[in-house]
Design a protein around this ligand. Sequence first.
Ligand SMILES: [Zn+2]
Ligand SMILES: [Zn+2]
Length: 402
Amino acid sequence: MKVYKDLHQYPELSGQEVNSAAKLAKEARKLGFDVTEKVGGTGVVALMKNGPGPVVMIRADMDGLPVIEQTGLDFASKVIATTEEGMETGVMHACGHDTHMTGWLGAARQLAARKNEWSGTLMMILQPAEERGRGARDMLNDGLFKRFPKPDYALAFHNSSAAPAGEIGYTAGYTLANVDSINIVVHGVGGHGAYPQSTKDPIVLASRIVSTLQTLVSRELDPQDPAVVTVGSFQAGSKHNIISDKATLLLTVRSYSDATRQQIIDGITRIAKGEAIAAGIPEDLMPEVTYKKEYTPSTWNDPDFTRQMAGVFAEHFGADRVKEGKPSMAGEDFGRYYRADNSIKSMIFWVGGVPQEIWDEAQKNGSKLPSLHSPFWAPQADKVVATGAEALTLATLKLLKK
Ligand SMILES: [Zn+2]
Ligand SMILES: [Zn+2]
C-alpha cells in the first residue's frame, strides 16, 4: 500500500511515465531482475532467467489520465501536467493503472522469493501510453520480442469498476474491442438561410448520414456479431441565418473481428458518399472519411489457456470469486502482443475493485457507481493489488512448474 499510495499520488500522463518507471525498475533490480529501461519510450523490461522452461510475460501499464481527481482520498493526486496537445491539466490514475503496477511488483516479489519453485524465464514488463493505444506498439517496435525472449505466455490484469473488490472476471475469446476513431467532413454549398434553393445544406446532409449510419449495425451485421457506431460529435454552422458550407462528424467505432471492422469502415464510407449523391452534392465536394491506420486492435484471450488459468484461480480463490463474464466494447492495447506473434497464449483478466458494502448497496437500490476514467473512481486498492499479485503469481508458478 505504501508503493500504491505513492504511485497514486504522483500519476504521470501517457508517454511521460518517467518516475513511475524509475521507481519500479529500482524495486525490480533489488529483487535480482535484469532490468532494461527506456524500451519504447519509458517502458521497462525486467528479466529473470531461472533455468530451462517456457517464457512467461507479465505486463502492467503505467499511465494516468488528464482527469482532476475528486475522490477525496488523503493521498489523492494534486499533480498538474501538460498533455502532448499542450493543455495543462490535473492528472489522476482514474483507470487504476497504479493498482496494476503495484500488483506487478507484488507478483515480482513473490516470484523472486519463490525462485526454487519454478524453472523458466520470467519477463515482467511495464508499458507506457496504454491510454493512447500506442505503448504496446512502441515497445514491440523497439524490439521487445527480438532484444528480449519472445514469450510463450502473456498475462495482465485490469481493475474493474463493475465487480466487487477481489472478484476475478474473465472472458474466453474476444474480450476487448477494436477501437477506431473516424472523422467525416461533410461539404456543402453555403449561403443565406432564407435562400436554401441556392445552397447545399451540409447540416441536413450530415443529419441524414447520422441516421443512415444507424442501419450499419442493425441491418447489415449478423446480430450475433456485436459492433458499435457512435457519432460523438456533430459540429456545423455559426449563426441562425447562415447555411454553412461544412459539417464535421466524429465517430467511435467498435468491433471484434478484423473483417467486421473493415465492413463497418467500408459501410461508413459508402453511406457518406451515397447520401451526398442523394442530396445532389457535386462530385468534387463528396464527404471526406478519414481514419488512422493505427488503431487499438481487439484483444483475444486464448480460450483454452484462459479456461485453464480460470481453473487455477478458482481452485485457489474459490469458484464464487472467479466469474466468466461478457466481452467489453472498451479497448486495450494488450492485444497487440498476441497479434505480434500468434503463438503466444495470451490472457487479460479483470480484478473487481468496488468495496463490497458499496457494491451490495448499489445492487439493492440500483444506484450508479463511478466507472473507470471517472474522477471519483477509488478502487479498494489493497484487495485489487493482493488479488492481482496473487493471481499472476499462481498462474506463473503453474506455467513454469518444475
Ligand atoms: Zn483507461
Ligand atoms: Zn486502463
